[in-house]
Write a new protein. Sequence first.
Length: 339
Amino acid sequence: MIPLFAHTPDTLHAELPGVPLAACRRAFHDLVGKGLPAMETRDGLSKASIRAIEAACHWALPEVETRVQDDFDKSVRYLFRLADGARVEAVCIPLHKPGRYSVCLSSQVGCAMGCAFCATGRLGLARNLATEEIIGCFLRVRSECPGRVSGAVFMGQGEPFHNYDAVLRAAEILCHPNGGAIAAENVTISTVGVVPAIHRYAAERRSFRLIISLHSAIQSRRDALVAVSRKWPLPALAEAIRAYAQVAPGRVTVAYTLVSGVNTGADEAEALAALLGDLPLRINLIDVNDTTGEFAQAPDAERRRFMDLLQPLRVPIVRRYSVGAAQNSACGMLASVTP
Ligand code: SF4
């Protein structure tokens, strides 16, 4: 059986060459674009086409094990149970614009990257998510969303670039005008630095937003924070960021998780300037959300001092707020735990 949620109309037509492209478009629009449980649009389509799609394809939304709303920021964390029993999260996040929402999606069950401050990293990697599972989670969240979903971010469980093909196919479906209908610049893929995949992404000239997580510009410290940094050290990562900067639609966004007393000093600001200071960056500062208590958030004064230290770079420095911390659904807190 063909997983319909893994396909755009064109790729579905390639799988089912006997079914007209128009019928594949209708199926995609009904089942993904409108999120209907079955094909609705039957006028103008032959019964044979509809029967052929229904006979050849399967589509099903994942089961919701729990959904919990954060009373403070109104984000909703979903814990899904997939067909094989694996569990992953997605989070529905209200945006500043009233009535607009973004969905934070997982790309893997667990994660192999081993970021020391991340609950998902401590799970290790169980498996990749298939495109149809990612889209299924998205559609389930969207079906319950009280407003319009106009954004998606791959910042849930997993390293998106460690599951490149499935994630990029999902991003295409999210942006397809008859599918998720989200503008490409509102689909964000976040990587902790899978260097070969950043080069590939740059070579493919994709138009989704890419965020590259740095967390430290000092090798020994980054090794301690991001285990995979030993595999792709900073010089290789900087080279990949440079390659991406050549083709990026705007500034290159670098995410930096602030850990009090660890990566907020003048040595870090100087190292960051030496590593990437010549590039048009945007730096997103994020408070660490550690569930073990080992890594503390930087107090306001420490954060402000670090922002001052970064001023010589003359780049936008934006403080990013994680939603859902009260319900363990913020960045770095997703660990398939039932609340
Ligand atoms: S922060 Fe992201 S890349 Fe790092 S372990 Fe957690 S899920 Fe994986």
